[in-house]
Design a binder for this molecule. Structure first.
Ligand code: G2I
Length: 454
């Protein structure tokens, strides 16, 4: 087990300048997925997490392949290390995860239906008993829906659809003090997948088996669903806690300054959604630094999805989260921190935009009245002046433009091209122009926009 070396004695002399102080004041968790290697080997990693977050989730070490690598042989040591770190630093732990089709050991996949049920229930019971009282909430089942139906996983194939209820029954009995969650991705907005969970949640709630719904929120830049708050609220209205469990916002690399600002807005929006729902238990970011993230391994060409740079300096998204939690970013803070535990706010590490006549653009949702919405498009020139611009983007979910002003538009399916109308072609170096606007149909969106100058 980890020794006193993992403990921190940080004094929060400037409480308003940490994420955790802000989250404490809001009464929510601000949590981070923790990598066990870094927890053991990197003191800056530990200090940053203990200073900035009030809750943790194991990124990998509480999954079934780590905890029960062969049948009946449990390895709790890495998870214990995280629980001890959390307790020493007065943080809560959210458990991830008991039943998932990934990172499950091969031995369980080869069992027959009744043997698999017994093994699943034994895994849940033994794991939750071990950490009884230490874990505030568990993702009992993870990613069990695909599209609008139960995922055709080895669990479903061997046991049939009742396995989900059996998992929750075992979990409720094993640690009655833990909140029991379902957890999945692409259910942030209202769609067939979140509708399916809504039905399942009603059923499990009626049996007293479900306490929370986890919305992973692996988001693409500019694509916080317009109805995310409404969606989370409908689950909260069932009497459930809601939680943003795996937040990251990926950017096509290399990320421009403009995109990092858009990312900050996206993070801020998600925090705002959580703080405006009374039963939101918190927000977990899925990793600390960009280089720690799973994103580039899985989404080729994408990256920079988190709050910290690899040298532990903070990104604009960090400042946005801090502000959304009611804190003050160090730059705006009239009383600078007097300890050295807070990494410097080092904007100097990101180079200014370069290139000839390059530009970036962002769609701002300025109004959304349910049946339609208004977008304004802001275009920023790089380090040389822009003389003429063309924008391209793809609508994420069936939007279209009903009317527009100050741009020439052409659309093909979900792809849109917009160009200047002459008088708004010129943008001075480094300047941002509120260039044109439109009324859109469907739910509002801020897709990533490609800007080509000239
Ligand atoms: O895939 C992103 C997340 C989606 N929701 C459930 C989460 O549990 C999941 O997390 C990721 C971890 O962030 C990765 O770190 O789950 C991946 C596996 O499904 C994790 O990646 C695995 C690598 O694929 C393995 O090669 C590696 O051995 O991490 C393992 C442990 O480091």
């Amino acid at each position: 087990m980890a020794g006193a070396g993992l403990a921190l004695s940080t004094q929060f002399a400037h409480a308003q300048s940490t994420l955790r102080a802000g989250a404490d004041a809001q009464g929510i968790d601000i949590a981070v997925a923790v990598n066990d290697n870094l927890l053991q080997n990197d003191s800056t990693y530990r200090n940053t997490i203990a200073t900035q977050f009030n809750s943790v989730t194991a990124e990998n070490v509480m999954k079934m392949d780590a905890v029960e690598p062969s049948q009946g042989n449990f390895n709790f040591a890495p998870g214990d290390r995280l629980v001890q770190f959390a307790q020493q630093n007065d943080m809560s732990v959210h458990g991830h995860t008991l039943v998932w089709h990934n990172q499950s050991p091969n031995w369980i996949k080869n069992l027959s239906g009744s043997a698999m049920r017994q093994a699943m229930e034994n895994h849940i019971t033994t794991t939750m008993n071990h950490w009884e009282g230490d874990i505030a909430g568990w993702d009992v089942v993870n990613e069990v829906v695909d599209g609008g139906q139960l995922r055709n996983s080895f669990w479903l194939q061997a046991m049939g659809p009742d396995y989900i209820q059996w998992a929750f029954e075992a979990a409720r009995a094993a640690d009655p003090s833990a909140d029991l969650y379902m957890n999945d991705y692409s259910i942030e907005g209202i769609n067939s997948k979140s509708d399916k969970y809504y039905q399942m949640a009603q059923d499990l709630v009626s049996q007293g088996l479900l306490d929370g719904m986890g919305f992973q929120s692996h988001l693409i830049l500019g694509q916080v669903p317009g109805n995310m708050e409404q969606n989370l609220q409908r689950f909260a209205d069932l009497g459930l806690k809601v939680r943003i469990t795996e937040l990251d916002v990926r950017i096509q690399m290399p990320a421009s300054q403009q995109e990092l600002q858009q990312q900050a807005q996206d993070y801020q929006r998600v925090i705002d959604i959580c703080t405006s729902i009374a039963d939101c238990s918190g927000v977990t970011v899925w990793g600390l630094r960009d280089g720690d993230s799973w994103v580039p391994d899985v989404f080729s060409g994408y990256g920079a999805p988190l709050l910290y740079n690899d040298n532990y300096t903070t990104k604009p998204a960090y400042d946005a989260v801090l502000e959304a939690l009611g804190g003050t970013p160090p730059d705006d803070d009239t009383t600078p921190p007097d300890d050295d535990t807070t990494p410097p706010d080092d904007d100097d590490t990101t180079p200014p935009p370069t290139g000839d006549g390059d530009c970036t653009a962002v769609i701002d949702v300025v109004n959304d009245w349910g049946s339609g919405w208004q977008g304004n498009v802001m275009i920023t020139a790089g380090d040389s002046a822009v003389s003429g611009w063309t924008l391209n983007w793809t609508w994420p979910s069936g939007q279209s433009i009903t009317s527009s002003w100050n741009a020439d538009i052409s659309s093909s399916g979900s792809s849109v091209t917009a160009s200047d109308v002459g008088w708004n072609a010129d943008i001075a170096a480094g300047q941002t122009m509120n260039a044109w606007g439109f009324v859109g149909s469907g739910s509002s969106a801020s897709p990533q926009v490609t800007c080509t100058a000239g």
